[in-house]
Design a protein around this ligand. Structure first.
Ligand code: GLA
Length: 400
């Protein structure tokens, strides 16, 4: 189930690049950007919370080469469409530009910020990451591309600024008011670690991912979700409304996650709207779960990590209401299996993926049983793979 067979070989990208754009295979530079799982800390990055994501060993690749003129061309090996622009265009979101919108969004941010992007270039994309599957295919595209453009034009942008450019493009260009977690982990990840990130300050610490006899299994609902179409922005405004209510009542906090649970209990009565109350409670409790999970990883208490995953899912289901029948079925079935010590949805929810901590030797029976339970309820199959941790965005320079 390690699905190495399905992995894209980046050396193919050089060959395809030369076929599509001409020239020789060695003229294109190749960059990779990972997918991510969020181990715990969901929907709190935009509430000043702490999160614990990790990059995984599924990658998106971007091949780029400068052009002597001002034309900008994008192709993707999987998705149809020939996208051609001029570097001097005023880039705006257009539905018919499909995935090219992500690239144009990032390009316009980098152009504006650096003032150094004047010539055209060709780009070719390939990816192992399931699109719209909740493991950040779009942030991988943004950050992989931003990093490639950074290197191509010698912009010397820091990894934090690569992440911020991706986020800005989502906010301004794609109109998705996402937090910083996905772009940040993809830009700064280190193999064999998870990243304990404080989204209020962007300070972070790498936490060794020592899983012993366990692995993370990613379970894909195969229910496609689009952040923009979903209730993501609505959740964000509900949190803002909660924060405003507390601040107007004199509670001096910069964001919801600045409240400990004990402090929240004291001021909870201020929030009269039951929906807003539940959203705020999720943020406060989830932030505390992250702190506990980091401790549990550091002390090797994986069983407690598992319990925290379960509690996180419950809160996302009942208080934040972002799970749905598919994710609930997967996680319930997962938790019922021998060898699984906990599971939860990962990412924005509303479909997408869940993760489960499963004993290595139990993964075949685990997958079989969870698949059966899932199909019985939904009528279609889930996807499964075991993930290991991955590296953040980088140029691939080893012999391709
Ligand atoms: C999406 C967003 C992130 C984060 C998660 C939920 O993945 O891009 O910023 O808010 O949802 O935790």
């Amino acid at each position: 189930m390690k699905d190495t067979d399905n992995k894209f070989n980046p050396s193919l990208l050089k060959r395809e690049f030369a076929k599509i754009y001409g020239g020789t295979e060695n003229e294109a530079r190749i960059f990779s950007a990972p997918a991510r799982i969020n181990i715990i800390g969901e929907h709190i990055d935009y509430n000043g919370g702490k999160v614990l994501p990790a990059a995984i060993d599924k990658y998106l690749y971007v091949a780029v080469r400068l052009r002597p003129d001002t034309r900008v061309s994008y192709r993707d090996l999987k998705f149809p469409g020939l996208f051609d622009f001029d570097i001097n265009d005023k880039f705006v979101f257009k539905k018919e530009n499909d995935y090219a919108n992500y690239l144009n969004g990032v390009l316009s941010v980098l152009k504006r910020k650096s003032g150094l992007i004047k010539s055209g270039f060709d780009a070719l994309i390939a990816s192992d990451i399931p699109p719209a599957g909740g493991i950040s295919s779009s942030s991988a595209l943004e950050c992989g591309f931003a990093y490639a453009v950074n290197c191509l034009f010698n912009l010397n942008i820091s990894r934090t600024d690569i992440a911020l450019a991706g986020q800005e493009s989502e906010h301004e260009f794609m109109n998705v008011k996402c937090g910083i977690m996905d772009q940040f982990i993809i830009s700064t990840a280190k193999k064999d670690t998870a990243e304990f990130l404080d989204c209020a300050t962007l300070e972070f610490e790498y936490v060794p991912l020592k899983l012993g006899d366990y692995v993370f299994v990613v379970m894909n609902t195969n229910k496609k979700r689009q952040l923009a179409d979903s209730k993501y922005n609505e959740r964000r405004s509900q949190c803002e409304a909660g924060l405003k209510t507390l601040q107007e009542a004199g509670i001096e906090i910069p964001n919801l996650c600045a409240l400990s649970y004990a402090e929240f209990e004291k001021c909870a009565g201020i929030i009269k709207d039951p929906v807003i109350f539940s959203r705020v409670r999720h943020c406060v409790t989830e932030n505390e779960r992250v702190l506990e999970a980091v401790k549990a990883f550091k002390t090797g208490d994986l069983h407690n990590v598992g319990e925290l995953l379960k509690a996180s899912h419950k809160s996302l289901k009942e208080d934040y209401e972002v799970t749905g029948i598919e994710l609930d079925t997967l996680t319930e079935a997962a938790n019922a299996q021998e060898g699984c010590i906990g599971s939860r949805m990962t990412g924005a929810g509303f479909g997408g993926c869940a993760i489960a901590l499963v004993r290595k030797d139990k993964t075949p029976s685990f997958v079989e049983a969870v698949q059966k339970a899932y199909t019985a309820v939904t009528g279609y199959n889930a996807g499964f793979f075991i993930c290991t941790s991955g590296d953040g965005v980088k140029e691939i320079t080893d012999a391709l």
